[in-house]
Structures are given as C-alpha cells and as structure tokens.
Design a protein around this ligand. Structure first.
Ligand code: SF4
Length: 290
C-alpha cells in the first residue's frame, strides 16, 4: 500500500483500490505497525468503547471542573432533550455527546484525544449521533474512525493539530473536518465527497483563535465542541447532497497552515488576548491564581 500525505492521495488510493478511505488508512496502519487487520480493528474498537463510556459518564456528570467553569451542562442538556425536541434527534444527540465528552475531559476523566483533548467531543458527537439514529453497525463506525484518523494525519502533516501552533482552527477545525469526512463515509458518500466535506468543514473554521480563559481547556472549548460537531454534520450533509467546495481540501489545509503562521502568539493558547483578557476572563484568572 502506497503511503499518503494529502487528501488527494487518499482519494486516489481509494479510487484505485475501489475502496473507501477508511480501508486505505486501515491498510496503512497494518503495514506501519506490522499488526494484523484484526488487531488494528480491535484497538480502534477499544477507542470507540472509550468514546461511548465518556458520553455516558458526561451525561450523568454532576461535578464541576476544578475551576467551576465547566460541568453539569451535558446532563442539563440531556435532561432537556429527553422532554423537548427542537432541533431533531441527530443534532440534539451530537450536541449532547460532544458536551458530555468535553466535560469529562475538563473534569480529568478518560477521553480519546481526536485529534486533541480540547477537541475530543466533536468526532464522537458527530459519528455516534448519526450511527445511532440511522442504525449503523459498530463495524462501520469503527471503520469511520480510520477515515477520521487519515484526515487528521494529513492535516497534522501539512498544517497543525495544536492550538499553540495554529489556533483553535487547528484543534476544533481539524476535529470538525475529521468528523465531517467520517460521517460522510458512514452515510455512504464517495471518497471525493469525503474530500469536499473536509474542505467545507475546515474552511469555515479558518482563523479561529485559541484564547482559553485562565489557560484552562474549558472556556470556550467545551461548548465549542458542541458547535463544531454540528458544523461537521452540516459539511457532511452539504457534500452528500453533491455540493462541492470550490477550494480543494488540500488547499484549505495549506491555507490553515498559513493562517496559523500569521496568527499572533497572543491568540495561540497563551491566554494573552481575546476571551482570556475580557473583564470576566481576567477576574476568573485572578481567582484561579489567588
Ligand atoms: S480554544 Fe484553544 S485550548 Fe480550547 S479547544 Fe480551542 S485550541 Fe484547544
């Protein structure tokens, strides 16, 4: 199996092999690790179990993070959607699951960093809401995680996955692109459509800064995960409908790299500007440092 360094490589390999992007990434992993397909699939299945466990834990969470800025919103939202339906089941579950996993992270619980801890709720929120509501088997969901992983690898190679390097576009933007591609493969989209979903998701996060209050991965991070999960669903649905991104995914990724390079240090996880330096942000920071 040829290696890949761009989304275009992934799409070409999938087309040459008459397969999905997930199968290309799975084969790459078996070659790289010298493990069998069965072993690699089992490792990924364990990641899926961790995602599900963090969702369940977050839904019932009645604790706050040490800063008290985060906690109990997932359970509040879960209880709300059990009685009301405003946005529809897939969207409501995606919000709830993304909040749950992110709160578990902020409360020091076990999550899957996908691609980072700060953006850990987006992928599980998007893929598990869709797979549950459509009724897809776990084998498919596990495979979609390979699609997400391949997209993350390409973004990490050509841009960045770290807020400290590229701002939040690198974390939540990348996670949203990974989730959009994974959802589209779950829905049965073509590799080209996966490419458009990636581009649509990431380009609408370009320029997003990283300005966490008190230097903690809590505000704006946790609620941002909920928004980014929905963003991924919108990108997947648009691409599945045949709507294309005028700028191809690899060019969007290079734009993310360039924008991250131009972004001031004060907006790259240093908490020196933005939300972190609002009056409330500064008050919380002083309380934390007292
Ligand atoms: S704001 Fe910064 S710390 Fe928070 S999720 Fe985004 S990149 Fe991570």
């Amino acid at each position: 199996m040829r290696s890949f360094s761009t989304i275009s490589d992934l799409i070409s390999l999938a087309k040459e092999n008459c397969s999905n992007i997930s199968e290309i990434v799975l084969s790459y992993e078996t070659q790289k690790t010298q493990k069998s397909k069965k072993e690699i699939l089992e490792i990924m299945n364990q990641r899926l179990i961790v995602m599900r466990n963090s969702i369940e834990k977050g839904k019932k969470n009645n604790n706050y993070s040490i800063s008290k800025m985060v906690g109990m919103n997932a359970s509040k939202f879960y209880s709300f959607i059990s009685k009301n339906s405003f946005l529809g089941k897939i969207v409501e579950k995606a919000i709830c699951y993304a909040l749950s996993v992110s709160e578990v992270n902020a409360c020091m619980g076990l999550i899957v960093a996908c691609p980072t801890a700060g953006s850990c709720g987006i992928l599980p929120g998007a893929i598990l809401s869709v797979s549950e509501e459509i009724g897809l088997p776990d084998e498919k969901v596990v495979l979609s995680l390979f699609t997400a992983a391949g997209i993350g690898m390409v973004i990490g190679k050509n841009a960045s996955l770290a807020g400290a390097v590229g701002g939040c576009q690198a974390e939540c933007g990348s996670a949203s692109a990974m989730a959009a591609g994974a959802v589209l493969e779950l829905l049965g989209g073509t590799p080209e459509q996966v490419g458009h979903a990636i581009a649509l998701a990431l380009k609408n996060y370009l320029g997003l800064v990283c300005d966490p209050v008190a230097g903690l991965v809590e505000v704006p991070c946790v609620k941002r995960n909920a928004f980014a999960a929905i963003h991924a669903l919108v990108a997947a649905e648009l691409a599945f409908a045949g709507i294309e991104s005028i700028i191809p995914p690899d060019e969007v990724i290079l734009a993310a790299y360039e924008i991250g390079r131009l972004m001031p240090k004060s907006l790259k996880e240093t908490s020196e500007a933005g939300l972190a330096k609002t009056p409330t942000g500064k008050r919380i920071e002083s309380l934390m440092n007292a």
